[in-house]
Design a protein around this ligand. Structure first.
Ligand code: HEM
Length: 417
């Protein structure tokens, strides 16, 4: 990156940050979500926004959908897409990584998603269960119970990365590299925060692409029963290009890693903060399936996603002009009292918890939802069975990300000495 580009990007980011900070100070709720201290706990801001209406305009020029009905309507509507309208240039710092069909509209979205879908079929899920249980047990065997451990570093982070790596076909010896790189790229979902950050993301992406290139060459020479082998064959058959293949591997890695980590982290935090719910799970570990849905609803790992309106349209009767950008607040939709009774209460037996929008909706509905549910259920059940006395030993540390709601550290002890 040239010095001039660096200066330009930093100047643009500083200006945007300053303007949105001032707007936030003046009471603009959508801008507040971008800044501390509101960012730390967005739920009170979501409540105020829902009280303003299902679609709230920001003085910064975008809108936010706040209720479950509004978010659901946008995600399912053909009047909205993920690609910016023609003529709108999204700067590199805002779209720092190419994440394949997550960022594409039909027809490319439809074609690429179809190629990735078989990896997440119900038959495949049954096959993965034993492997996920083995990985979970190995991680818990290695946990130093006596001195306590870090739930994120020792359990919530390695579990999904090992699962998605085995599914893709990444050899175990590369796990540490994938964790390090996945962490940088996952942090890029909010865009880059400086020219230096953008460079870090670009370097990590290049390194990841190299690791995948090596893996693809291995699988081309000696195919196996993994996702990369299948995708390489499809590339050779002309169903996708080499660049599309690399971007898809990147998407599967980041989507499979960055989110499920936080399902486990946010879930254990919610359970330990509502001790009676943890005790219920310990008494009946079969409640883990419902607990996963309630965790997803109560503190969604993905808090928001963006859409652009393709045409003049309406959302919940409110006019939205063509070319507008809308932030769909999944985290707010999940706490909408118009849909969920007493939505701020955490209850792992809530009957309608699965009506959350944490896996999005419509064409981009999370492809990995069955895998995420399976991993979450196995992880919570194993913790409840093997560490019933689990308790926090210090306050968890929150990551500064907006799209992904995440902890970086969570010191705990199993309570057994
Ligand atoms: C708790 C864990 C997870 C959550 C909360 C989650 C959430 C989401 C959300 C909200 C979207 C859609 C974003 C949008 O509409 O713009 C999405 C898409 C996607 N997710 Fe997940 N996800 C999780 C786990 C996984 C896993 C384990 C995988 C496996 C690799 C995965 C793969 C994908 C893919 C491939 C897409 C793109 C779908 C498309 O654009 O058609 N996700 N996920």
């Amino acid at each position: 990156m040239r010095t001039l580009d660096t200066l330009r990007i930093d100047a643009q980011l500083r200006l945007a940050h300053g303007v949105s900070w001032l707007t936030a100070q003046r009471g603009d709720h959508p801008s507040r979500l971008l800044h501390w201290p509101w960012r730390q706990n967005p739920y009170p801001t979501y409540r105020r926004m829902r009280e303003e209406g299902p679609v709230v305009s920001s003085r910064l020029g975008f809108s936010a959908a706040t209720t479950r009905a509004a978010v659901d309507e946008i995600l399912r509507s053909r009047d909205f897409g993920v690609e910016p309208p023609e003529g709108v240039e999204v700067p590199d710092q805002h779209r720092a990584v190419d994440l394949s069909f997550l960022q594409l509209d039909p027809p490319d979205h439809t074609r690429l998603r179809k190629l990735a879908r078989p990896a997440f079929s119900p038959r495949r899920m049954t096959e993965y269960r034993a492997e996920i249980e083995r990985i979970t047990a190995d991680l818990l065997d290695a946990v130093p119970a006596r001195d306590g451990f870090d739930l994120m570093r020792d359990f919530a982070q390695p579990l999904p990365i090992k699962v998605i790596s085995r599914l893709l076909g990444v050899p175990e010896r590369d796990d540490a590299d994938f964790v390090r790189i996945g962490y940088v790229i996952g942090g890029a979902l909010d865009g880059a925060s400086s020219a230096r950050h953008l460079r870090e993301i670009q370097d990590a992406t290049a390194e990841l692409d190299q690791l995948f290139a090596r893996l693809m060459a291995d699988r081309r020479a000696e195919p196996r029963e993994d996702v990369v082998s299948t995708l390489v064959r499809q590339t050779d058959d002309g169903e996708l290009t080499a660049a599309e293949l690399t971007a898809m591997c990147r998407l599967l890695l980041v989507a499979g890693f960055e989110t499920t980590v936080n399902l486990i982290g946010n879930g254990v935090m919610a359970l330990l903060r509502h001790r009676e719910q943890w005790e219920r799970l310990v008494a009946d570990p079969a409640l883990a399936t419902g607990a996963v849905e309630e965790v997803l609803r109560f503190d969604s790992p993905v808090q928001l996603t963006g859409r652009w309106s393709r045409t003049d349209t309406e959302v919940q009767g409110i006019p939205v002009g063509a070319g507008e950008q809308i932030m769909c607040l999944i985290g707010s939709a999940n706490r909408d009292p118009g849909h969920f009774t007493d939505p701020d209460r955490f209850d792992i037996t809530r009957a309608d918890a699965a009506e959350h929008l944490s896996f999005s909706g419509g064409a981009h509905y999370c492809l990995g939802a069955p895998l995420a549910r399976l991993e979450g259920e196995i992880a919570l059940r194993a913790l409840a069975e093997r560490a019933p006395g689990l308790r926090p030993t210090a306050m968890p540390t929150r990551r500064g990300t907006l799209t992904v709601r995440a902890l970086s550290e969570f010191p705990v002890s199993t309570g057994s000495r």
